[in-house]
Each structure stands twice: as structure tokens, then as C-alpha cells.
Ligand binder design. Structure first.
Ligand SMILES: [Zn+2]
Length: 274
């Protein structure tokens, strides 16, 4: 019997936001791993995830091709399908395609509009939908069913951990700009411009937002307990993020066109349903 699979992406969840969160259910899956995203924003990062490549460990002294082969072979353990390898994924290089070929029903639920059903991300899903609400992990969990013996692949993209980290409407932050990146306007020569940066990214507000992202991880963690209860014992979970987030470090906020380690550093936990 092959394993059901959940791939849950906490959008924008930076590694240390996850690390600082007081979690219970997610921690029961396995130990927290520090990984690195292949991309710094949502779309390209999800294209790589759909290829079956999870955020990497940045290993040294190895050829990239060897790392990719090991990554593809790792699906054998996760899914309980003996013959999987890089060759199984060729030529489409699609995790949902491989799962469909092995009899899975493939279901996707996404929160970010850039992952909407008209994009190539939705390819090879039997059932794929952009949620009406940016923060609706609750709704995704409510929809999960295992009505028959067919194995299931659920791919969830969660908006709870994405700016503005809204768990309640009273916590709306006052940072300029909307989703994605607000880049620094600082001119290294100009004190007046430096003052403007402090106004745009006040340190206390940055700390509050960082803290709020950890609170959002805790909210997701509480719902994970309910999700585990709905799943058969042979269900494998991978929980990770598509990229990190900057909270004022080096005068950056957000993610996207930013070259910074904290944008690539992401958490990963995986394991069988506890
Ligand atoms: Zn994202």
C-alpha cells in the first residue's frame, strides 16, 4: 500500500519564525531542518516544488546532478513506491504527474493568486482551486476526505504566514506597500533618505511583524492536529516554505527581488502522520 502525501507550503515562512514558534503537532512529524529555497518568491519556488525538488541543504563537494538524483530517490521512502528515481520523473519533471501515474488522486488548494488554476502550476491536478480567502487553512482542512482506497496527494499553499500575517483584522500593520517586496530607498550618501528608511521600516514594527509570523505558525500548528486526525496512518507529510522574509535586515522588507540569506532560508519538517 502506497502512502498518501501532503505537501504543505507555509508561504513566506522564514526559518527562524518557524524555529521560534511554540509548536506541538508539526514538531511531532520530525526534527526541524534548515533548508534553502531555489527561488526568492512564490511562483518560481512553487514550480521547483512541483518538479519534486524540495528546498535543498546546500551540500558541498558534490555535483548538482548527484544531489538531484538523491532528491528524487528520497520519494521512495516517503511514498513507499520502490521503483521511483529521476528517470520516473522524466520527461515532464512533475511530482503530480508521477503521483497520478501511480494511481493517486491529486488535489491542490492555493492561497496566492500567482498560483491560480490558469498557471502551469495546476498541471496534472485532478482538482485544483484558488481559495476565496487569503487565510483559509481552516477551509482546506475541512475539505480533506479519504472516501475510498485511492491514495491521495494534497498540495496546500497557505496564506496565513504571508504578509500581512493576518490572524485578526485588528492587527493590520502600518508598513508601506502591499504584498511582496518593498525595497529600500536609501541613498548611501543621503542622511535625509536614511531617515526615510527608518520611517518606512521602523524597527519596533519589524519586530512585531516577525513575532506575528511566528504566531501564525502556531495557528497553523493547532489546525495540523485536526488534520492529522482526519488522515489514515499511512499518510506522509512534508511541511516547508517557498521562501523566507526580510524584517528590516539591511533595509529590506519582504521577499522577491532581494539577494539575502534570510530570503532563501526556510524550515522543513517531514514524516509519517504522528
Ligand atoms: Zn511565497
Amino acid at each position: 500500500m502506497v502512502n498518501n502525501l501532503f505537501l504543505i507550503v507555509l508561504d513566506s515562512c522564514r526559518f527562524d519564525s518557524f524555529e521560534r514558534a511554540n509548536i506541538r503537532h508539526l514538531g511531532a512529524l520530525g526534527s526541524l531542518q534548515r533548508r534553502y529555497s531555489y527561488a526568492s518568491w512564490t511562483s518560481p519556488s512553487h514550480y521547483v516544488l512541483m518538479m519534486g525538488l524540495l528546498p535543498h541543504t546546500s551540500p558541498q563537494h558534490v555535483f548538482a546532478s548527484e544531489v538531484y538524483k538523491q532528491e528524487y530517490r528520497a520519494w521512495v521512502q516517503r511514498l513507499g513506491i520502490a521503483e521511483l528515481s529521476f528517470k520516473t520523473f522524466v520527461p515532464q519533471l512533475s511530482l503530480p504527474k508521477v503521483l497520478k501515474d501511480h494511481g493517486y488522486k491529486t488535489i491542490g488548494r492555493v492561497s496566492m493568486p500567482v498560483l491560480n488554476p490558469y498557471t502551469a502550476i495546476s498541471q496534472h491536478f485532478d482538482d485544483y482551486r484558488l481559495m476565496d480567502n487569503h487565510n483559509d487553512f481552516r477551509g482546506m482542512v475541512d475539505e480533506v476526505t479519504f472516501p475510498d482506497a485511492q491514495p491521495r496527494f494534497y498540495f496546500f499553499n497557505l496564506g496565513e504566514t504571508h504578509y500581512p500575517y493576518m490572524l485578526d483584522p485588528n492587527s493590520m500593520p502600518r508598513v508601506s506597500g502591499v504584498h511582496g517586496t518593498v525595497k529600500s530607498l536609501r541613498d548611501p550618501e543621503g542622511a535625509a533618505q536614511t531617515q526615510a528608511v527608518a520611517d518606512v521600516f521602523p524597527a519596533a514594527e519589524m519586530q512585531r511583524l516577525h513575532h506575528q509570523q511566528s504566531r501564525c505558525v502556531e495557528y497553523v500548528d493547532a489546525l495540523m492536529g485536526e488534520l492529522f486526525d482526519k488522515c489514515p496512518a499511512n499518510t506522509y507529510f512534508v511541511v516547508t516554505a517557498d521562501h523566507g522574509e526580510l524584517f528590516g535586515e539591511d533595509d529590506y522588507f519582504g521577499h522577491g527581488p532581494i539577494m539575502h540569506q534570510k530570503v532563501f532560508e526556510v524550515p522543513l519538517v517531514e514524516g509519517m502522520r504522528p
